[in-house]
Design a protein around this ligand. Structure first.
Ligand code: HEC
Length: 218
């Protein structure tokens, strides 16, 4: 009897500890560790939200927490490139080298197999779409979904200077900020300019190797 009580007590303690360890608040995606003990705001911010340092598990938990909201936003807005497509993660979540953002790359089924082979991949077929989602985290753990970057392979002739990629930038609510060859073209030409550095690998810059997923992971 006493032993049974002891085990019950241990079980309750483990459940409590499990709660305390949940990396994010599921309702707000706020990072629990930083909500409890904010880090000192970094001067590196520059975008209004100072970048916080997160563990790999925290980054993934935030990305997973934000994903359904982003999926719903894009489904509602109905952008042709993104709506109705299933996007699978192509990378772990990771911290961008600049701008204090956290990133995760996704691809639709038409692009995934090739993208997952990275530099050794075949040319992605027409319609293939790759999406890079981003979010920022304040020193107190508050999370803000940020911009969504997309590349969609268009029909031959769409963009001869960019292997027929359409580059598009969206706000996190799904609103289009700009797209090459369409609305707001001038505002997103810089996408092509930077990605042209990877002209020999089809304008794809790929995530740093440490954050790539094995080719068999879906
Ligand atoms: C200053 C350089 C630079 C600019 C400008 C830039 N990107 Fe990128 N982009 C990168 C790098 C580097 C990566 C690799 C992933 C990472 O670490 O960010 C990348 C990755 C991507 C990916 C994932 C596919 C891939 O190449 O691996 C997409 C989609 C993307 N960018 C879209 C855009 C769009 C849309 C814009 C413009 C709104 C843009 N990028 C502007 C550097 C840039």
């Amino acid at each position: 009897m006493r032993i049974a009580r002891y085990w019950a007590l241990l079980g309750a303690m483990a459940a409590l500890a499990g709660c305390a360890r949940a990396p994010v608040d599921p309702a707000t995606c706020r990072v629990a560790r930083l909500a409890a003990a904010p880090v000192e705001a970094s001067a590196l911010g520059g975008l209004g939200m100072p970048p916080a340092h997160l563990s790999a598990a925290e980054i993934d938990a935030v990305a997973a927490c934000l994903a359904p909201g982003l999926d719903a936003a894009f489904a509602a807005v109905g952008d042709r490139a993104l709506v109705g497509k299933r996007f699978a993660p192509m990378s772990l979540g990771y911290r961008a080298s600049e701008h204090g953002m956290f990133l995760q790359v996704y691809a639709d089924p038409a692009a995934a197999d090739s993208y997952r082979r990275y530099e050794a991949g075949a040319r992605i077929a027409q319609g293939g779409t790759i999406v890079k989602r981003s979010f920022r985290v304040a020193a107190d753990g508050k999370v803000e979904a940020y911009r969504v970057f997309a590349m969609e392979r268009m029909a031959p002739g769409y963009a001869p200077d960019a292997n027929d990629w359409r580059f598009a930038l969206y706000a996190p609510d799904g609103a289009l900020v700009g797209e090459t060859g369409g609305r707001g073209d001038a505002g997103v030409r810089f996408c092509v300019e930077c990605h042209a550095a990877a002209r020999t690998q089809d304008f794809l810059l790929f995530v740093p190797p440490a954050y790539r997923m094995p080719p068999t992971v879906r």
